[in-house]
Design a protein around this ligand. Sequence first.
Ligand code: TPP
Ligand code: SF4
Length: 294
Amino acid sequence: MATVIDRRSPKDYATDAAPWWCPGCGDFAVLRALQMAAADLNLDPARTVLVAGIGCSGKIGDYFRSYSVHVVHGRTMPVATGIKLANRDLTVIAAGGDGDGYGIGLNHFIHAARRNVDITYIVMDNKVYGLTKGQTSPTTHLGSRTTSAPTGAIDRPITPLRMALVAGVTYLAQGFSGDPKHLARLIKGAIQHKGFALVNVYSPCVTYNKINTYDWYKERLVNLDDDESYDPGNWQAALNTVIDKDDLVTGLIYRATDVPTYEELLPGYRPEPIAAQELQRDPAEWAKILAEFA
Ligand SMILES: Cc1ncc(C[n+]2csc(CCOP(=O)(O)OP(=O)(O)O)c2C)c(N)n1
Ligand code: SF4
């Protein structure tokens, strides 16, 4: 007989797999925060899908209890979008690294944001390619020495927060692995948000990034949630703030609640869950479609 769980705890979202990350890796805190957020929302693991990218960060899909798809490098967005459109009754979360999302997957990220698909995207931004041994990533700071740039990076970095705002994101937050409870609140808000939500997380790579460490962030990060005068509903102020603060902010940066989701705009949209809809086609209609490809 199936067990009915009324109330879940973060532990209920752990799998049997032992995390493979280096001791101290920021991704442990992201996993913990995601588990806390899921427990707070009492998410049903059987109605939740985690789409994980390739990289150390992408291992999170093995450790969070839900359905999970480990997709090819940079393709979390199209797969998550497809899952949501096929069954919008599901909670769809994507997670991966800065290389996965802002390098090889950059164009998919921009299109997912502008479409406002109802998915949550968590990026573990450690400013290097951790899995492949510390090469420069799209968010590596100018001048940082990495295994692929031993004399210092010469490419100007991508700024995910500014890019997301310009692309049309409707929920934008930034968290830090040094504060998992705060991060859990930001992830919870992202999952509750109806539309595309990006949570960029400064998640230190303790093995390959000796510059952007926990202490480096602690000395610099400003929590916007502590500032009562900050209005996350003001797009222009959000953009000005991330530029002025050089992207070193945490908290809810921007939220718009009046933008329809991609699903709602699709022809034939109906508000009730797809499972409740009549999906049976007339057999003659199927035969006609099959005949076209015979
Ligand atoms: C098409 C393709 N190109 C390159 C790779 C090699 N590769 C695997 S992970 C990775 C980068 C991972 O960096 P990031 O997304 O920042 O994740 P992290 O490991 O730092 O968490 C690369 C380049 C690959 N697996 N597939
Ligand atoms: S290499 Fe870096 S990102 Fe990968 S598990 Fe180790 S600390 Fe984490």
